[in-house]
Structures are given as C-alpha cells and as structure tokens.
Design a protein around this ligand. Structure first.
Ligand code: ZN
Length: 236
C-alpha cells in the first residue's frame, strides 16, 4: 500500500485527516500522512492518531514499510484495535519535528563549510552529525561554527527541485553523501537547493528559510575511523 507523503510537499503540515488502511503488529498504515519515516539519517516522527471518539493513540516512531512510499506508524502502547476505513486525525509532535528540520537543514549548510566526502550522518531532535572522509587536522570546531553561522545569517530560502534519474546519472557530483543513496525507483529524484550554498538529493524535511535555524554550535569533533571524522552539532 502506498501512502501519500504530505510532508514531501509541505514540511510544515502538522495535522491531516486520513483513513486507516491497516493496523497490524508492525504498525498502523493510513492512506496519507504528515509523519516522516526514519530515513536519510533523519529520525522518524512521533505524535498521535486521534480517533473520532477523541481517543489519542500515541505514536512513538515512524518507519518505512516494505513497499515504496508505504509508512508504518508505530504505536507507543503496542497493537491498536483499528478497522480499515476508520477516519483519524494525524498530529505530529511539532516542536520535535521542527528541531529535526532546523538541524537537518543546518547539516546541509555545514556540508558546504567542510568540503569533503560525507560518509555518514544522523539527525535526532537534540543533535545532529555528519561524518567526513577528511584529515582530522583540517577540522576546526571554531572555524566550522563561525562559517556555518555566517551562511545561516544570510537568510536564504530553500527550494525543492525534481530531476530525472537520467539527469542525476550525468551529474554524479551532486551526490555528496556516499552512505545514503538518493531515493530512486520512481524515475525522478528530489533535490534540495539552498541557492548559492548547496544542492543535493534529499528526501528529508527542511525549513523554508535557513534563517530559521538560528545558529548552531559544534558539540564535538572526533574520529570514528579513518574515513569517519565526526562533527556533531546542536542548535545554539
Ligand atoms: Zn536534506
């Protein structure tokens, strides 16, 4: 079952009405969702499904299902008794998601300050990190923090651009993140553009204007292996 991914066109949608498609031991499926499933290094959303009776079913996590664009909403309290066809209101934990959006977008900006292949990454509501294939001596926390914050202060609008798989094939330089292959299979790839700063394939959720990030601070820099020099950041 394919779920309509409302966050893809509007990352700011906090609520939506939807219809239950299935509820089983792996999670709850609906026909459309504002919940972002774990992927591309970004943590899955939490929130609630609200029944017509007003009963709230807390959602602890969101994961991708087996088929393309299917989404599993994982209840905090185990299996819920929901029948296919039942209408529900979806509501994400917005402060948590907005922190994820700000940190996620901050990583895009930081990836243009540290110029090296990205070998890993992760975004949680409290902190985010990128791993680079770079010499440790080239990573300076004060420099990364200052340059990233200087770019953020330019208050540039982010844009979403779609290109075909074939166009991406002839522009391999767009793919910075070696550990996360761009999502394929639909014939087109979503790019996130920060004009003058960054352009890369990404299926995650981003803020409309990088100024919304505010500022970041570098928490730590450490080596996790020769090709994984880790830079961890938080919102300032
Ligand atoms: Zn992104």
């Amino acid at each position: 079952m394919t779920t309509e991914l409302l966050f893809r066109d509007d990352a700011y949608a906090q609520r939506a009405t939807a219809t239950i498609v299935a509820a089983h031991e792996r999670g709850i499926e609906v026909d459309r969702t504002v919940f972002y499933p774990l992927g591309g290094g970004q943590t899955g959303d939490a929130g609630a499904l609200i029944r017509a009776s007003g009963e709230r079913i807390a959602i602890a996590d969101t994961r991708k299902g087996e088929s393309l664009d299917s989404v599993l909403h994982i209840p905090a309290a185990g299996i819920s008794q929901l029948e296919p066809g039942e209408p529900v209101m979806l509501e994400i934990d917005w402060p948590r998601r907005y922190a994820l959006m700000r940190l996620h977008t901050a990583l895009h900006v930081m990836s243009c300050v540290v110029v090296a292949p990205v070998t890993g990454g992760n975004i949680s509501p409290e902190k985010a990190r990128l791993d680079f294939d770079i010499d440790m001596s080239l990573l300076d926390a004060a420099h990364i923090e200052r340059e990233t914050n200087a770019l953020i202060a330019r208050n540039i609008d982010t844009e979403t651009v779609w290109i075909s798989d074939a166009e991406l094939d002839v522009r391999p330089e767009l793919v910075k993140t070696m550990s996360v292959a761009p999502p394929r299979g639909t014939g087109r790839v979503r790019l996130v553009k920060i004009p003058g700063i960054d352009l890369q394939p990404c299926g995650g959720t981003h803020v409309r204007n990088i100024g919304e990030i505010g500022a970041i601070r570098v928490l730590k820099i450490r080596s996790e292996g020769r090709r994984n020099r880790r830079v961890e950041i938080a919102l300032a």
